[in-house]
Design a protein around this ligand. Structure first.
Ligand SMILES: [Zn+2]
Length: 136
């Protein structure tokens, strides 16, 4: 799937955003290695800490559907500036993705820049705490 096609899916997901407090709508489209696309949007909450970003929404949806191998994510925002994933989203994605995972970061005009996970999170938190389980 091309970057513009994936961005289109992210822009469509952005329309579902629930952002009554910031007015900043975000959509994400996560391309899985099986070729499927899982979308997400930001969902804000009056208790701000309960807010979830579009990127994490998409990743959590994907994992809940049994998908853990990801290729890239497109991010579409309602602002004029290109939107980048926050630190928490970078951390969550690094749990499942390798350094060559791609971020396609766009603004509201569809202009975009691409980065790898290694570029956006060069010294991430990794450890050997993962326990072997039946389901990985
Ligand atoms: Zn985030």
């Amino acid at each position: 799937m091309s970057d513009p096609e994936l961005l289109k899916r992210a822009a469509e997901a952005k329309e579902m955003a629930y952002a009554p407090y910031s007015g900043y709508r975000v959509g994400a489209a996560l391309l899985c290695n099986d070729g499927s696309v899982v979308t997400g949007c930001n969902v804000e909450n009056i208790s701000f800490g309960a807010t979830i970003c579009a990127e994490r929404c998409a990743v959590v949806k994907a994992v809940s559907e049994g998908k853990r191998d990801f290729k890239k994510i497109a991010i579409s925002v309602s602002g004029d500036e290109i939107g980048f994933p926050c630190g928490i989203c970078r951390q969550l994605i690094s749990e499942f993705a390798k350094g060559d995972f791609e971020f396609v970061c766009a603004n509201n005009k569809g202009e975009f820049k691409k980065f790898t996970l290694s570029q956006l999170m060069p010294h991430g938190f990794y450890s050997n705490l993962k326990k072997e389980t039946n389901n990985g």
